[in-house]
Design a protein. Sequence first.
Length: 535
Amino acid sequence: MATTQPHESAGDTTQRQQAALKTSAANVSAKPSELGPYEAKDDAYFTYYALLSHQAQMLQDSVRTSIYHRAILANAQDCFKDKLVIDVGAGNGILSLFAAQAGARRVFAIEASGMVEHLQNLVDASQLPSSTSTSAAKGKAAQHSRQRNAWIDGRIQAVHSKVEDVTPETLGGAKQVDTIVSECLGVLLLHERMCETFIDARDRFLKPGGTMLPSGGTISLALLEDRNLWDDTANKARWWETENFYGVDLSPFADAAWRQAFESPVVGCFPSKFVISPSSDYFVDFNSVKKEELERFDIQIHFADVKQTSVVHGLAGWFDLHFLPPTVPLSDASHLAPPPPPLIPAAEAAREASQMPDEDEAMTGISSSGSDATTQADRVGLATSGVPSSAVPSSANSVYGGLLSQDAPVFEPTATGPQQSALDAALAAAGIAHPSSTFDPSIPLGSSSSTFMSTSPFEPATHWQQVRFLLPEPLAVNKGQHVTGTLQFQANEHRSYTIRAEVRVGLPGAAMDELLVRRCTWRLQAQTYVWSVES
């Protein structure tokens, strides 16, 4: 039986649009305070992430964005199609949007900063009617009332909350989800400590056999030779040795200035030639690592058989990122080997602790070898002193399907992502419907696929860059010698880590010559920024 629809006036249309926006906005958790759903000490952190300028920098990192895009769409059939998904620290919502493009039934975009309001605006714009009245079709009013991204189709729910405060009620009654995605990464992988939030979401909401993307990350450390940076850092500290500054002797500041200068990691890209050794790698498995294992852990380093006489000015650090779906066992990562034995006996660790400044906590409890250490290594710290994983396509390709970050475009602030392609037809054939835009035709569909990204100096630059940890005193190393050491990471109240390190020339377990040992503290949150270029 045919029915006649009543005529809808322009006023009725406006009321219906307003009702739709109110309903959508109700999905955003109310702020418990003017600050937002976080403590006052985190205000600067979340305020920074609420800036569209910072969000643009991350989106325009084409290595980062295209790798996530590839990883999500490549695993669309197995991990996203008709699935419930959580996006941890959603920010501008780009991963939530990729998940929706991959066919997710519902995506909970959880974000604590004010950026969630901008994300809600995007979601609201997708729910507006596709046509507007004549009276409203002029000027700015038409721009704000025009429907955009209709393919979202109500599948993204913005949640204004810290992940730790989310409950099933917040998620519309959902107690478990199929997939959790996040761009939870900071300098050297773990700075900002968002990975712990990623793990919290896993422990409380991921169903057995569910997918974590990314699945893990590798912290890489290598010997660094960078005389110019070391000299520049030392000269800045030595300025405080001035004994007649307008009649004032500044030298009482000198010791503290030297210590502070070399406690500050230097973030920025640098030429790969500054790396003078293979890397020692430490793997973090997001599928199984425990939150407390990210609060305090040790990285053992061992650089075997130095190839040429060098002056070591510090350590170079970066991270690689892995997107291995649950169907790909971590044991397939054959280029990862067990860590070397500990380098600092307990007695020596205690002696070192007594020499630290009063404001530092003692460096104690260096992990010893045995079943407990092996168990933790299986979950967190697989290490190797082989060649950098990012520099050896043969081994990485065998594990990650050949999809290295070297295939991605170089980081350019004006980049907008891959161009349109014919992938839509393949996605439609797989039963995944979304708009025709920004897809890579090389992405395989219909089965789980793995992807790999590196932030190393051997690969295209990313907004994470790399980090250089300078020694307060350089270390001379002769050809054929070994450099070993331990870095102890202790989480601090600055959403970062205090790193206490011992670096020494000599074989593990050999008698210690104090002239060949360097002990230092680095505060990962106290970063300075220097880009170095080829001389």
